[in-house]
Design a protein around this ligand. Structure first.
Ligand code: GDP
Ligand code: MN
Length: 398
Protein backbone atom coordinates (compact mmCIF):
# COMPACT_ATOMS: atom_id res chain seq x y z
CA UNK A 1 0.00 0.00 0.00
CA UNK A 2 1.48 3.31 -1.10
CA UNK A 3 1.26 6.32 1.17
CA UNK A 4 1.24 10.05 0.61
CA UNK A 5 4.35 11.98 1.53
CA UNK A 6 2.66 13.50 4.59
CA UNK A 7 1.54 10.08 5.83
CA UNK A 8 5.01 8.61 5.31
CA UNK A 9 6.49 11.51 7.25
CA UNK A 10 4.01 10.90 10.08
CA UNK A 11 5.30 7.35 10.42
CA UNK A 12 8.94 8.45 10.24
CA UNK A 13 8.41 11.14 12.82
CA UNK A 14 6.71 8.70 15.20
CA UNK A 15 10.00 6.77 15.29
CA UNK A 16 12.09 9.86 15.91
CA UNK A 17 13.29 10.38 12.34
CA UNK A 18 13.92 14.06 11.60
CA UNK A 19 11.49 15.41 9.00
CA UNK A 20 10.67 18.62 7.19
CA UNK A 21 7.50 19.46 9.11
CA UNK A 22 4.22 20.31 7.46
CA UNK A 23 0.44 20.40 7.65
CA UNK A 24 -1.87 19.00 5.00
CA UNK A 25 -4.62 21.15 3.46
CA UNK A 26 -7.57 20.53 1.15
CA UNK A 27 -8.34 24.11 0.14
CA UNK A 28 -6.36 27.35 -0.36
CA UNK A 29 -8.00 28.74 2.81
CA UNK A 30 -6.91 25.73 4.81
CA UNK A 31 -3.45 26.13 3.30
CA UNK A 32 -3.16 29.67 4.66
CA UNK A 33 -4.36 28.50 8.06
CA UNK A 34 -1.83 25.65 7.94
CA UNK A 35 0.96 28.07 7.05
CA UNK A 36 0.12 30.31 10.02
CA UNK A 37 0.05 27.32 12.34
CA UNK A 38 3.34 26.08 10.94
CA UNK A 39 5.00 29.44 11.60
CA UNK A 40 3.82 29.33 15.21
CA UNK A 41 5.17 25.81 15.57
CA UNK A 42 8.46 26.10 13.69
CA UNK A 43 9.19 29.79 13.23
CA UNK A 44 9.44 29.37 9.47
CA UNK A 45 8.66 32.39 7.30
CA UNK A 46 8.87 30.63 3.92
CA UNK A 47 6.83 27.61 2.92
CA UNK A 48 6.87 24.85 0.35
CA UNK A 49 3.54 23.89 -1.17
CA UNK A 50 3.68 20.22 -2.15
CA UNK A 51 1.06 18.33 -4.16
CA UNK A 52 0.07 15.09 -2.40
CA UNK A 53 -0.34 12.39 -5.01
CA UNK A 54 1.04 8.88 -5.29
CA UNK A 55 3.74 9.71 -7.82
CA UNK A 56 7.30 10.95 -7.65
CA UNK A 57 8.91 13.68 -9.70
CA UNK A 58 6.31 16.19 -8.51
CA UNK A 59 8.86 18.99 -8.49
CA UNK A 60 9.52 18.54 -12.21
CA UNK A 61 5.80 18.67 -12.98
CA UNK A 62 5.20 21.91 -11.08
CA UNK A 63 3.75 20.20 -8.02
CA UNK A 64 6.31 21.56 -5.51
CA UNK A 65 6.65 25.32 -5.16
CA UNK A 66 8.22 27.75 -2.75
CA UNK A 67 5.97 30.41 -1.20
CA UNK A 68 7.54 33.42 0.50
CA UNK A 69 4.42 34.76 2.20
CA UNK A 70 0.79 33.89 2.95
CA UNK A 71 -0.54 35.42 -0.29
CA UNK A 72 1.80 33.20 -2.25
CA UNK A 73 0.71 30.18 -0.20
CA UNK A 74 -2.87 30.95 -1.16
CA UNK A 75 -2.13 31.60 -4.83
CA UNK A 76 0.10 28.54 -5.29
CA UNK A 77 -2.27 26.24 -3.38
CA UNK A 78 -5.10 27.51 -5.53
CA UNK A 79 -3.09 26.63 -8.63
CA UNK A 80 -2.01 23.19 -7.43
CA UNK A 81 -5.22 21.92 -5.79
CA UNK A 82 -7.43 20.60 -8.56
CA UNK A 83 -4.69 20.46 -11.18
CA UNK A 84 -3.86 17.37 -13.20
CA UNK A 85 -0.24 16.90 -12.21
CA UNK A 86 1.87 15.30 -14.91
CA UNK A 87 5.24 13.91 -13.83
CA UNK A 88 7.61 11.31 -15.31
CA UNK A 89 5.83 8.80 -13.04
CA UNK A 90 2.21 9.52 -13.96
CA UNK A 91 0.22 8.67 -17.08
CA UNK A 92 -0.04 11.26 -19.84
CA UNK A 93 -3.28 12.65 -18.36
CA UNK A 94 -1.61 13.08 -14.98
CA UNK A 95 -3.07 12.75 -11.50
CA UNK A 96 -5.71 14.94 -9.93
CA UNK A 97 -4.34 16.78 -6.90
CA UNK A 98 -6.87 16.90 -4.06
CA UNK A 99 -4.62 18.10 -1.28
CA UNK A 100 -1.33 19.86 -0.61
CA UNK A 101 1.23 19.66 2.16
CA UNK A 102 2.28 23.05 3.46
CA UNK A 103 5.82 22.40 4.63
CA UNK A 104 8.44 24.55 6.37
CA UNK A 105 11.26 25.81 4.16
CA UNK A 106 14.35 23.91 5.25
CA UNK A 107 16.77 25.24 2.64
CA UNK A 108 17.43 28.43 4.63
CA UNK A 109 20.94 29.95 4.47
CA UNK A 110 23.35 29.47 7.38
CA UNK A 111 26.81 28.58 8.52
CA UNK A 112 27.33 25.85 5.87
CA UNK A 113 25.92 24.76 2.52
CA UNK A 114 22.86 22.54 2.36
CA UNK A 115 23.47 19.07 0.91
CA UNK A 116 21.01 16.60 -0.58
CA UNK A 117 21.39 12.82 -0.25
CA UNK A 118 19.47 9.77 -1.35
CA UNK A 119 18.55 7.07 1.19
CA UNK A 120 16.22 4.15 0.63
CA UNK A 121 15.52 0.91 2.46
CA UNK A 122 14.19 -2.12 0.67
CA UNK A 123 14.44 -5.87 0.47
CA UNK A 124 17.25 -7.34 -1.58
CA UNK A 125 15.40 -10.26 -3.10
CA UNK A 126 18.62 -11.95 -4.19
CA UNK A 127 19.90 -12.28 -0.64
CA UNK A 128 16.61 -12.15 1.26
CA UNK A 129 17.97 -9.34 3.42
CA UNK A 130 16.96 -5.73 3.82
CA UNK A 131 19.41 -3.19 2.56
CA UNK A 132 20.01 0.50 2.85
CA UNK A 133 20.72 1.95 -0.57
CA UNK A 134 22.21 5.42 -0.48
CA UNK A 135 24.04 8.02 -2.49
CA UNK A 136 25.66 11.41 -1.96
CA UNK A 137 23.93 12.40 -5.24
CA UNK A 138 20.46 13.07 -3.81
CA UNK A 139 17.69 15.34 -4.94
CA UNK A 140 17.89 14.29 -8.55
CA UNK A 141 16.80 11.28 -10.54
CA UNK A 142 18.39 8.28 -8.86
CA UNK A 143 17.89 6.28 -12.06
CA UNK A 144 20.13 8.76 -13.85
CA UNK A 145 22.80 8.50 -11.12
CA UNK A 146 22.61 4.70 -11.40
CA UNK A 147 23.14 4.92 -15.12
CA UNK A 148 25.87 7.55 -15.34
CA UNK A 149 27.78 7.17 -12.07
CA UNK A 150 26.89 3.78 -10.57
CA UNK A 151 29.92 4.03 -8.27
CA UNK A 152 28.07 6.75 -6.36
CA UNK A 153 25.35 4.36 -5.25
CA UNK A 154 26.19 2.36 -2.14
CA UNK A 155 24.37 -0.50 -0.46
CA UNK A 156 24.54 -1.79 3.08
CA UNK A 157 23.01 -5.19 3.77
CA UNK A 158 21.38 -5.80 7.10
CA UNK A 159 21.52 -8.98 9.09
CA UNK A 160 17.93 -9.76 10.13
CA UNK A 161 19.19 -11.16 13.44
CA UNK A 162 20.92 -8.00 14.60
CA UNK A 163 19.21 -5.28 12.61
CA UNK A 164 21.18 -2.25 11.45
CA UNK A 165 24.28 -1.91 13.63
CA UNK A 166 25.79 1.42 14.72
CA UNK A 167 29.04 0.79 12.82
CA UNK A 168 27.02 0.39 9.64
CA UNK A 169 25.23 3.69 10.25
CA UNK A 170 28.63 5.35 10.75
CA UNK A 171 29.89 3.83 7.51
CA UNK A 172 26.87 5.27 5.70
CA UNK A 173 27.44 8.74 7.17
CA UNK A 174 31.12 8.49 6.23
CA UNK A 175 30.40 7.44 2.64
CA UNK A 176 28.01 10.37 2.35
CA UNK A 177 31.00 12.59 3.05
CA UNK A 178 29.79 13.95 6.38
CA UNK A 179 31.80 14.98 9.41
CA UNK A 180 31.30 16.61 12.81
CA UNK A 181 27.77 17.19 14.00
CA UNK A 182 26.17 16.33 10.64
CA UNK A 183 27.94 12.94 10.79
CA UNK A 184 26.42 12.23 14.21
CA UNK A 185 23.00 13.40 13.11
CA UNK A 186 23.14 11.17 10.03
CA UNK A 187 23.97 8.05 12.07
CA UNK A 188 20.98 8.80 14.31
CA UNK A 189 18.81 9.46 11.27
CA UNK A 190 19.72 6.16 9.61
CA UNK A 191 19.32 4.13 12.82
CA UNK A 192 15.84 5.51 13.50
CA UNK A 193 14.90 5.23 9.84
CA UNK A 194 15.68 1.52 9.90
CA UNK A 195 13.74 1.12 13.13
CA UNK A 196 10.75 2.79 11.48
CA UNK A 197 11.07 0.56 8.42
CA UNK A 198 11.14 -2.65 10.43
CA UNK A 199 8.50 -1.68 12.95
CA UNK A 200 6.00 -0.46 10.40
CA UNK A 201 6.41 -3.58 8.22
CA UNK A 202 7.28 -1.39 5.29
CA UNK A 203 7.98 -2.75 1.84
CA UNK A 204 9.97 0.28 0.80
CA UNK A 205 11.23 3.61 2.08
CA UNK A 206 12.67 6.06 -0.37
CA UNK A 207 13.82 9.36 1.04
CA UNK A 208 15.01 11.68 -1.71
CA UNK A 209 16.26 14.11 -0.72
CA UNK A 210 17.57 13.59 2.79
CA UNK A 211 18.78 17.09 3.57
CA UNK A 212 21.71 18.32 5.58
CA UNK A 213 20.54 21.79 6.54
CA UNK A 214 22.85 24.76 6.76
CA UNK A 215 22.89 24.27 10.55
CA UNK A 216 23.75 20.57 10.24
CA UNK A 217 20.40 18.95 10.94
CA UNK A 218 19.49 15.86 8.95
CA UNK A 219 15.89 15.84 7.68
CA UNK A 220 13.67 13.77 5.42
CA UNK A 221 12.41 16.36 2.91
CA UNK A 222 10.50 13.78 0.90
CA UNK A 223 9.10 10.38 1.92
CA UNK A 224 8.00 7.69 -0.43
CA UNK A 225 6.67 4.93 1.79
CA UNK A 226 5.07 1.69 0.79
CA UNK A 227 3.69 -0.68 3.42
CA UNK A 228 3.39 -4.45 3.17
CA UNK A 229 -0.35 -5.06 2.79
CA UNK A 230 -0.05 -8.56 4.21
CA UNK A 231 1.15 -7.08 7.49
CA UNK A 232 -1.53 -4.41 7.80
CA UNK A 233 -3.53 -6.59 10.17
CA UNK A 234 -1.01 -5.72 12.85
CA UNK A 235 -1.11 -2.00 12.09
CA UNK A 236 -4.79 -1.15 12.28
CA UNK A 237 -3.92 2.51 12.75
CA UNK A 238 -2.32 2.59 9.28
CA UNK A 239 -5.48 1.32 7.55
CA UNK A 240 -6.86 4.85 7.37
CA UNK A 241 -3.86 5.83 5.23
CA UNK A 242 -5.37 4.05 2.25
CA UNK A 243 -6.48 6.66 -0.28
CA UNK A 244 -8.77 5.01 -2.81
CA UNK A 245 -8.73 8.17 -4.93
CA UNK A 246 -5.13 7.34 -5.78
CA UNK A 247 -5.89 3.81 -6.87
CA UNK A 248 -7.13 2.65 -10.25
CA UNK A 249 -10.96 2.49 -9.97
CA UNK A 250 -11.20 -0.87 -11.75
CA UNK A 251 -8.49 -2.30 -9.51
CA UNK A 252 -10.42 -1.18 -6.45
CA UNK A 253 -13.52 -2.95 -7.73
CA UNK A 254 -11.62 -6.11 -8.67
CA UNK A 255 -10.04 -6.23 -5.24
CA UNK A 256 -13.47 -6.00 -3.61
CA UNK A 257 -14.54 -8.97 -5.78
CA UNK A 258 -11.50 -10.95 -4.66
CA UNK A 259 -9.77 -10.85 -8.04
CA UNK A 260 -6.12 -10.15 -8.63
CA UNK A 261 -6.28 -7.43 -11.27
CA UNK A 262 -3.68 -4.95 -12.45
CA UNK A 263 -4.61 -2.44 -15.16
CA UNK A 264 -2.21 -1.99 -18.09
CA UNK A 265 -2.13 0.14 -21.23
CA UNK A 266 -2.85 -2.39 -24.02
CA UNK A 267 -6.05 -3.58 -25.72
CA UNK A 268 -6.08 -7.34 -25.09
CA UNK A 269 -8.02 -8.26 -21.97
CA UNK A 270 -6.64 -11.34 -20.20
CA UNK A 271 -8.46 -13.85 -18.03
CA UNK A 272 -6.11 -16.44 -16.62
CA UNK A 273 -5.89 -18.70 -13.60
CA UNK A 274 -2.64 -18.55 -11.69
CA UNK A 275 -0.20 -15.64 -11.52
CA UNK A 276 2.54 -17.51 -13.38
CA UNK A 277 0.29 -18.43 -16.28
CA UNK A 278 -1.05 -14.88 -16.30
CA UNK A 279 2.47 -13.51 -16.72
CA UNK A 280 3.26 -16.12 -19.38
CA UNK A 281 0.09 -15.14 -21.21
CA UNK A 282 1.04 -11.48 -21.18
CA UNK A 283 4.48 -12.36 -22.57
CA UNK A 284 2.96 -14.38 -25.39
CA UNK A 285 0.49 -11.65 -26.31
CA UNK A 286 3.43 -9.25 -26.58
CA UNK A 287 5.48 -11.69 -28.64
CA UNK A 288 2.59 -12.03 -31.07
CA UNK A 289 2.64 -8.23 -31.45
CA UNK A 290 -0.19 -7.34 -29.07
CA UNK A 291 -0.38 -5.40 -25.82
CA UNK A 292 -2.11 -6.78 -22.73
CA UNK A 293 -4.77 -4.52 -21.21
CA UNK A 294 -4.48 -6.09 -17.81
CA UNK A 295 -3.09 -8.76 -15.59
CA UNK A 296 -5.89 -10.87 -14.16
CA UNK A 297 -5.60 -13.96 -12.04
CA UNK A 298 -9.10 -15.37 -11.42
CA UNK A 299 -7.71 -17.92 -8.97
CA UNK A 300 -8.57 -21.56 -8.62
CA UNK A 301 -12.35 -21.54 -8.95
CA UNK A 302 -13.16 -20.47 -12.49
CA UNK A 303 -16.91 -21.13 -12.34
CA UNK A 304 -19.57 -19.25 -14.32
CA UNK A 305 -20.14 -16.65 -11.58
CA UNK A 306 -16.49 -15.82 -11.26
CA UNK A 307 -15.89 -15.82 -15.00
CA UNK A 308 -18.78 -13.40 -15.38
CA UNK A 309 -17.42 -11.06 -12.72
CA UNK A 310 -14.04 -11.21 -14.44
CA UNK A 311 -15.59 -10.40 -17.84
CA UNK A 312 -17.43 -7.45 -16.36
CA UNK A 313 -14.24 -6.11 -14.80
CA UNK A 314 -12.17 -6.56 -17.96
CA UNK A 315 -14.84 -4.84 -20.07
CA UNK A 316 -14.86 -1.76 -17.83
CA UNK A 317 -11.64 -0.83 -19.59
CA UNK A 318 -12.75 0.92 -22.81
CA UNK A 319 -9.43 0.07 -24.49
CA UNK A 320 -10.18 -3.66 -24.53
CA UNK A 321 -10.73 -4.84 -28.11
CA UNK A 322 -10.40 -8.61 -27.57
CA UNK A 323 -10.29 -10.97 -24.61
CA UNK A 324 -8.02 -13.95 -24.26
CA UNK A 325 -9.19 -16.57 -21.78
CA UNK A 326 -6.28 -18.87 -20.98
CA UNK A 327 -7.17 -21.32 -18.27
CA UNK A 328 -5.47 -24.48 -17.15
CA UNK A 329 -7.99 -26.96 -15.83
CA UNK A 330 -6.30 -29.12 -13.28
CA UNK A 331 -8.63 -29.39 -10.34
CA UNK A 332 -11.41 -27.51 -12.09
CA UNK A 333 -12.40 -29.37 -15.29
CA UNK A 334 -12.05 -27.52 -18.59
CA UNK A 335 -15.57 -28.36 -19.76
CA UNK A 336 -16.96 -26.73 -16.63
CA UNK A 337 -14.91 -23.62 -17.28
CA UNK A 338 -16.09 -23.65 -20.92
CA UNK A 339 -19.67 -23.90 -19.71
CA UNK A 340 -18.89 -21.05 -17.35
CA UNK A 341 -17.63 -18.91 -20.23
CA UNK A 342 -20.71 -19.70 -22.33
CA UNK A 343 -23.10 -19.04 -19.43
CA UNK A 344 -21.38 -15.81 -18.53
CA UNK A 345 -21.52 -14.74 -22.18
CA UNK A 346 -25.22 -15.53 -22.41
CA UNK A 347 -25.94 -13.75 -19.14
CA UNK A 348 -24.32 -10.58 -20.29
CA UNK A 349 -24.70 -10.83 -24.04
CA UNK A 350 -25.41 -7.17 -24.59
CA UNK A 351 -22.41 -6.12 -22.57
CA UNK A 352 -19.91 -8.18 -24.57
CA UNK A 353 -18.97 -6.42 -27.76
CA UNK A 354 -15.49 -7.84 -28.40
CA UNK A 355 -14.35 -11.27 -29.63
CA UNK A 356 -13.26 -13.79 -27.02
CA UNK A 357 -10.52 -16.30 -27.70
CA UNK A 358 -10.67 -19.24 -25.34
CA UNK A 359 -7.86 -21.65 -24.73
CA UNK A 360 -8.53 -24.35 -22.19
CA UNK A 361 -5.96 -27.00 -21.44
CA UNK A 362 -5.95 -29.82 -18.92
CA UNK A 363 -8.65 -32.18 -17.76
CA UNK A 364 -11.43 -32.58 -20.38
CA UNK A 365 -9.85 -30.06 -22.73
CA UNK A 366 -11.23 -31.85 -25.79
CA UNK A 367 -14.79 -31.75 -24.45
CA UNK A 368 -14.30 -28.10 -23.57
CA UNK A 369 -13.22 -27.19 -27.09
CA UNK A 370 -16.16 -29.13 -28.55
CA UNK A 371 -18.52 -27.22 -26.28
CA UNK A 372 -17.12 -23.84 -27.37
CA UNK A 373 -17.10 -24.83 -31.06
CA UNK A 374 -20.75 -25.99 -30.85
CA UNK A 375 -21.93 -22.50 -29.85
CA UNK A 376 -23.66 -20.45 -32.46
CA UNK A 377 -24.12 -16.73 -32.42
CA UNK A 378 -21.42 -16.19 -29.82
CA UNK A 379 -18.28 -14.34 -30.73
CA UNK A 380 -16.12 -17.00 -29.09
CA UNK A 381 -13.19 -18.65 -30.81
CA UNK A 382 -11.42 -21.71 -29.44
CA UNK A 383 -7.71 -22.40 -29.53
CA UNK A 384 -5.65 -25.38 -28.43
CA UNK A 385 -2.07 -24.19 -28.38
CA UNK A 386 -0.81 -21.22 -26.42
CA UNK A 387 0.88 -19.67 -29.47
CA UNK A 388 -2.19 -20.29 -31.59
CA UNK A 389 -4.34 -18.44 -29.05
CA UNK A 390 -2.08 -15.39 -29.10
CA UNK A 391 -2.05 -15.40 -32.91
CA UNK A 392 -5.83 -15.66 -33.08
CA UNK A 393 -6.01 -12.59 -30.88
CA UNK A 394 -3.86 -10.69 -33.37
CA UNK A 395 -6.04 -11.93 -36.22
CA UNK A 396 -9.25 -10.59 -34.72
CA UNK A 397 -7.55 -7.28 -33.95
CA UNK A 398 -6.19 -6.70 -37.43
P1 GDP B 1 9.46 15.12 -5.74
O1 GDP B 1 9.79 16.05 -6.86
O2 GDP B 1 8.12 14.46 -5.94
O3 GDP B 1 10.54 14.12 -5.52
O4 GDP B 1 9.28 16.01 -4.42
P2 GDP B 1 10.33 16.45 -3.29
O5 GDP B 1 9.65 16.42 -1.99
O6 GDP B 1 11.59 15.64 -3.39
O7 GDP B 1 10.63 17.94 -3.66
C1 GDP B 1 11.19 18.30 -4.90
C2 GDP B 1 12.27 19.34 -4.71
O8 GDP B 1 11.74 20.52 -4.11
C3 GDP B 1 13.40 18.94 -3.77
O9 GDP B 1 14.37 18.15 -4.41
C4 GDP B 1 13.95 20.27 -3.36
O10 GDP B 1 14.93 20.69 -4.28
C5 GDP B 1 12.75 21.20 -3.42
N1 GDP B 1 12.34 21.51 -2.03
C6 GDP B 1 11.71 20.67 -1.18
N2 GDP B 1 11.56 21.27 0.02
C7 GDP B 1 12.11 22.49 -0.10
C8 GDP B 1 12.29 23.58 0.81
O11 GDP B 1 11.96 23.54 1.99
N3 GDP B 1 12.88 24.70 0.31
C9 GDP B 1 13.31 24.80 -0.97
N4 GDP B 1 13.88 25.94 -1.36
N5 GDP B 1 13.18 23.77 -1.83
C10 GDP B 1 12.60 22.66 -1.40
MN1 MN C 1 11.73 13.54 -3.98
Amino acid sequence: MNLHEYQGKEILSSFGVGIQRGIVAQTPEEAVKAAKELTEKTGTSWYVVKAQVHAGGRGKGGGVKLAKNLEEVKKISNDIIGMMLITPQTSAEGKLVSQVLIAEDVYYPGESETEEFYVSILLNRATGKNMVMYSPEGGMDIEEVAEKTPELIFTEEIDPGTGLLPFQARKIAFNLGLSGNAFKEMTKFVMSLYKAYESSDAAMFEINPVLKTSDNKILAVDAKVSLDENALYRHKDYLEYRDIREEHPIEVEAKAAGLNYVALDGNVGCMVNGAGLAMGTMDLIKQAGGEPANFLDVGGTADAKRVEIAFRIILKDPNVKAILVNIFGGIVRCDRVAQGVVDAYNNMKNAINVPIIVRLQGTNAVEAKALIDAQEGLNVISAVEFQEAAEKVQEVLS
